[in-house]
Structures are given as C-alpha cells and as structure tokens.
Design a protein around this ligand. Structure first.
Ligand code: SF4
Ligand code: SF4
Length: 68
C-alpha cells in the first residue's frame, strides 16, 4: 500500500488532484478549512491507493507526496 503525505495548509482546494486520481479516493473536505481559508484535499480510503502519483504530479503546489 502506498502512503500519502498531504501538506494540508498549502492546499488551495483547486481539485486538480481529485480529477487526476484514477481510484477516485481524493475529495475536497466539506468541513475542514486550512490556514488559507480553503477546503483542503483529503483521502477517503488510503488502502485503495495504487501509488501512481498522478495526484502529486498534477498538483501545482507540491502539496501531495506519494511513497511506494
Ligand atoms: S497516488 Fe494515484 S491512486 Fe493514490 S491518491 Fe494519488 S492519484 Fe490516487
Ligand atoms: S491539486 Fe494541490 S492545491 Fe489543488 S486541491 Fe489538490 S492538493 Fe490542493
């Protein structure tokens, strides 16, 4: 199983990573707000992550790190 590290406070809530994930396990939080006032990305089921790193590559702000 891959491990995701999300620097939540750097996320701008743009959703690019959400669209990039082939497993559809990323979403923007409906409740949490980060220091920038954005709804940050969160992972719904990390056990389903295949470690493809599409999310990390897509993010313009290098918020997500994927370890395989
Ligand atoms: S590494 Fe791939 S499967 Fe895992 S969250 Fe990112 S885009 Fe989705
Ligand atoms: S692509 Fe980056 S900035 Fe945009 S929602 Fe995903 S983690 Fe946040």
């Amino acid at each position: 199983m891959a491990k995701l590290t999300i620097r939540t406070d750097s996320c701008k809530g743009c959703g690019l990573c959400v669209d990039a994930c082939p497993k559809k396990i990323l979403r923007l939080s409906e409740t949490a707000l980060n220091v920038g006032g954005y709804h940050p990305v969160e992972v719904t089921d990390e056990s389903q992550c295949i470690g493809c790193a599409s999310c990390a590559v897509r993010c313009p702000d290098v918020v997500i790190e994927v370890e395989r």
